[in-house]
Structure formats: structure tokens, C-alpha cells
Design a binder for this molecule. Structure first.
Ligand code: 5CA
Ligand code: ZN
Length: 475
């Protein structure tokens, strides 16, 4: 069974080693907060992206691609937005040796580049709703400690969706649709999450309100893996996003935006890990199966030939398979591929040749399974499907076991420090919420969505509690 000592007790170091050993990234690029994707990592990234792309496409989002640079005057229009991002913007001040008349921001997110164009595109109610998305790099001069895949200064995999609607109700419906899309997306990756409405003091700069998905890293710190924002008409007013209504009047659109980043890949690595390293869910694993021949002296040729043949049969059935034919000891190969998180290993030795079978070894449990030759494809597919569902199930089990209710204010701090997400019964008053954050030593994630307490009193003021406030240590 999987050991999880190092993974839990020393997660930060574990994580850096995991992405190095599995050749996801090279973290030696000489600019802080910028990292290099390696082929294996990029293959994983692109599979994760293809899941979110299809979820967006099937709900009517169209892909666009906007410029990286935003002129300062446009960038500064929405007051709250600029207040929120000011300290994080990289500026382009020169073209060659010439100083630019108007400085250009490297987008830290794209509202201020997209919405001026929306104002040209949107004419009448017939143009609405408008739903677009793009996958781009963004730059944020982060001042907290940077970490590969988790807190970057160049986010390379920023998927942002932007929508415009005729009514507030339709924007509200869009927020729900976005939440549904992200649920499916995280479910596909087996990442457990809580969904909460961020407190007003922690919402996206320029939003009316923000909803966030958080997962839990093995060290007990939460990681925000996606957000959905209702922007109301804040941006529409300053960028002049007006449309002609059915009866000829003019109104501002209502907007939403929602985004994820490669943090989702960090979460995939983190939640399915163990002391050996990551274990990638088969639906996104760069290699789903690795075939390792175990040759013995004079039997080497037939064993190698069988290994190639087995790999080829599996490939033809649509699986991503790597046959490791390097001139190395099998034990060394096992070690390598475990660290690359390949969910299933197939071993073939002389004995298996004679019996016409293979040995499959699960990365998640270490279990050895004998598969007869005639059932190769169907059995491998069945085992992979089982790995996928049990990774998800186990991640959820560990996660759910770490969402605990606080019985008192002192409890909040203790439980958060022990690495839990703490549910605090809350009356809904902001002042009570703020009184929880201070002494907790953690962060108020927000008001939990779709789950409410019954028969509880607010932990601060003892009035009836309407909702759970979630508190945790966080990244
Ligand atoms: N425009 C909105 C929605 S697209 C926006 O920028 N929202 S955000 O600021 O909350 O970012 C969306 C998600 O991107 C976050 O939930 C987080 O998961 C991820 N993210 C934000 N900043 C970084 C960063 N510096 N490094 C890695 N991921 C990040
Ligand atoms: Zn209260």
C-alpha cells in the first residue's frame, strides 16, 4: 500500500522533487517565478486543457485570443480593478531605445483588454449572451513566495472565460453554469474541493462577488484552484458596454468571468501523491501504461519482442503506452516510472511468455494482477478505469475527513493549525466573520455554498447561524 509520510509531513519539498523527478518542469530558469515546461509536463498540461476546452465548447463558449499588452489608459479605467492589481503589474515602458508615450501593461488578467472590444461587438440584445474564453499567459508580480505551478509570476496556462448578458438574472444563471463546468472539470481530475463565496474583503478586484473552489494540500493548506466572478455592471459602465433592448432603449450589460490556471495541475499532482511521487489519473497521464521487459540471458530476444508486441496492441486500442527498451536493469526502470506517476506498469518475463500472460502492477496500490494474453486490452482498460475512480474516491475520503466543525472560537485556531478546513457556524454578519479571521491564525475562505448548518448558533454572537464560514490555512 501507498506510504504517505514524506508527502504529508514535508509536502513542499515533496512537491518540488515530484515535479523534478517526473520531468514536469525545469525550475532552474534564471527569473524568479518563471519556469520551463518539459515535454512530459506539457503533455499532461495539454490533456488537462482539453478537458476544460470541451466543457466550455459544449456549453457554447467560443475561443478567442487577445494581445498580451494593454495600454495604460484602458487599464486604469475601472477604479477598483486597478487598485487591486496596481502593485502586481509589469510595465513595458520602451520600444527599442524610445520611451513609449503610453506605457503598456503585461496583462495580469484580461478584462481591460477584452471589454473595450466587447463594446464594439455588442450592439443589440440579439448579440447576447456573449461567451468567450482564451488560454493565455499572464504576468503578476507576486510578492508572496513563488512556487512552481502554484504561485507564478508568469502564469502560462491561464484559462479565462468572459461573458456578457442582457439581464442580471442571466448573469446569475451564468455563474451557476460556470460552477457546474468547474465541478465537472475537477471531478474529471479527481480533485476534491469546497465551494465558497469569498468574503467581501477578499473578492476579485472589480467584482460584485466572487465564488472560489479550494482544495487541500497534504500539508493541510488550502489551494484556490478556480474562481467565478459576478462583475455586475461595474466594467460595463466604464467601458461603455451598452446594448439596444427589445423596445429600443439602451442598457449596460451584466458580466461574469471565471478562471483557472496551472494550479489545477499542481492540485492533481498534490492530491494523488504518495511517498514515491505523483500518480497521474489515467485520463490525463502522459503515459497510461509502461511496458517493461524482464529478459533472462538467452531469452532476451523473445521477451523483448513480446514487450514490443504487447505495447503495440495496447496502442492500437487507443491507449498511451511506452515500452521501455533501454539497456537498464528492470528495477531501475520500475523506479523511474513510479516517479513519473505512470498509473500502470506491465512486466513481461520468460515465464509470462510461456504462460501467455502479463503482470500488471498498479501505481496507486502496488497490487500485482495477472492478465491472460487474450484479455489484455479489456483488462488493462478495466484496471485503468478502476485506478481513476479509486484515486478520486481516496482523495475525496482524505479530504472529507479534514473538514471539521469548530465547537468554539478556540477550536477554530487549533483545527486550522492541525491542517483542517474548519466549518464555523455563522449568522451572516460581516463583523462576526471578521472576528473569526483574526484569532484563527488562518484565512476565511468564505461562506460555503450548497451546504448549510441546521440548529446551530453563530460562534461569535450566538444568534441563529444561517451558513458555514470556512476557515483554513492557505497557500
Ligand atoms: N479575471 C478573473 C477570472 S478569469 C481572475 O483573474 N481571477 S483570479 O485572479 O482569481 O485568477 C483565477 C485563478 O487563477 C485563481 O483562482 C488561481 O487558481 C489562479 N491564479 C491566480 N494567480 C495565480 C498565480 N500567480 N499563479 C498561479 N495561479 C494563479
Ligand atoms: Zn454572528
Amino acid at each position: 500500500m501507498a506510504e504517505r509520510e514524506m508527502w504529508e509531513k514535508n509536502f513542499s519539498e515533496w512537491f518540488d522533487e515530484a515535479i523534478w523527478n517526473s520531468e514536469i518542469m525545469d525550475t532552474r530558469y534564471p527569473v524568479k517565478g518563471l519556469y520551463v515546461w518539459l515535454p512530459y509536463g506539457l503533455s499532461l498540461r495539454n490533456r488537462v486543457l482539453s478537458i476544460i476546452r470541451s466543457l466550455l465548447e459544449e456549453t457554447g463558449h467560443r475561443e478567442v485570443l487577445f494581445p498580451l499588452l494593454i495600454p495604460e489608459d484602458l487599464f486604469r479605467k475601472e477604479a477598483e480593478h486597478i487598485r487591486g492589481f496596481e502593485g502586481q503589474v509589469y510595465w513595458v515602458t520602451h520600444g527599442g531605445n524610445e520611451k513609449l508615450d503610453v506605457r503598456l501593461a503585461l496583462r495580469p488578467t484580461s478584462e481591460t483588454s477584452i471589454y473595450p472590444m466587447f463594446s464594439l461587438w455588442i450592439r443589440s440584445h440579439a448579440d447576447l449572451p456573449l461567451k468567450v474564453y482564451q488560454v493565455v499567459n499572464i504576468f503578476r508580480y507576486e510578492t508572496k513566495m513563488t512556487k512552481p505551478l502554484i504561485r507564478l509570476r508568469e502564469v502560462t496556462t491561464f484559462k479565462e472565460a468572459h461573458t456578457a448578458h442582457a439581464t442580471a438574472e442571466d448573469a446569475e444563471r451564468q455563474v451557476k453554469e460556470a460552477i457546474g463546468i468547474y465541478r465537472k472539470f475537477f471531478d474529471a481530475l479527481g480533485i476534491p474541493y469546497v465551494i465558497s463565496r469569498r468574503p467581501s474583503w477578499d473578492k476579485f478586484a472589480g467584482a460584485v462577488y466572487s465564488i472560489a473552489f479550494d482544495t487541500l494540500c497534504p500539508d493541510g493548506k488550502t489551494l484556490q484552484i478556480g474562481t467565478v466572478h459576478n462583475l455586475g455592471q461595474n466594467f460595463a459602465r466604464v467601458y461603455g458596454l451598452e446594448f439596444e433592448t427589445q423596445d429600443g432603449g439602451h442598457e449596460h450589460v451584466h458580466q461574469t468571468c471565471y478562471g483557472i490556471s496551472e494550479r489545477v495541475i499542481a492540485a492533481t499532482i498534490a492530491v494523488h501523491g504518495d511517498d514515491l511521487g505523483p500518480c497521474f489519473p489515467p485520463n490525463v497521464a502522459p503515459y497510461q501504461v509502461v511496458v517493461v521487459p524482464i529478459p533472462y540471458k538467452e531469452q532476451a530476444d523473445p521477451v523483448n519482442a513480446r514487450a514490443e508486441e504487447v505495447a503495440q496492441r495496447l496502442r492500437e486500442s487507443g491507449l498511451r503506452v511506452h515500452a521501455d527498451m533501454r539497456d537498464l536493469r528492470p528495477g531501475r526502470k520500475f523506479y523511474d516510472w513510479e516517479r513519473h506517476g505512470v498509473p500502470l506498469r506491465i512486466e513481461i518475463g520468460p515465464e509470462d511468455l510461456r504462460r501467455n500472460c502479463v503482470i500488471a502492477v498498479r501505481r496507486d496500490t502496488g497490487e500485482h494482477i495477472t492478465i491472460p494474453g487474450e484479455k489484455l486490452v479489456e483488462e488493462v482498460k478495466r484496471v485503468l478505469a478502476d485506478i481513476e475512480s479509486s484515486l478520486k474516491e481516496n482523495a475525496w475520503k482524505r479530504f472529507s475527513g479534514r473538514i471539521l466543525e469548530a465547537g468554539s472560537v478556540e477550536d477554530v485556531k487549533r483545527l486550522a493549525e492541525e491542517g483542517n478546513i474548519v466549518r464555523v457556524a455563522w449568522c451572516g454578519e460581516e463583523s462576526c466573520g471578521m472576528k473569526v479571521e483574526e484569532p484563527s491564525g488562518g484565512k476565511v475562505l468564505g461562506e460555503e455554498l450548497e451546504n448549510r448548518p441546521s440548529g446551530r448558533k453563530c460562534l461569535i454572537c450566538s444568534r441563529d447561524a444561517n451558513s458555514w464560514l470556512l476557515v483554513a490555512k492557505s497557500y
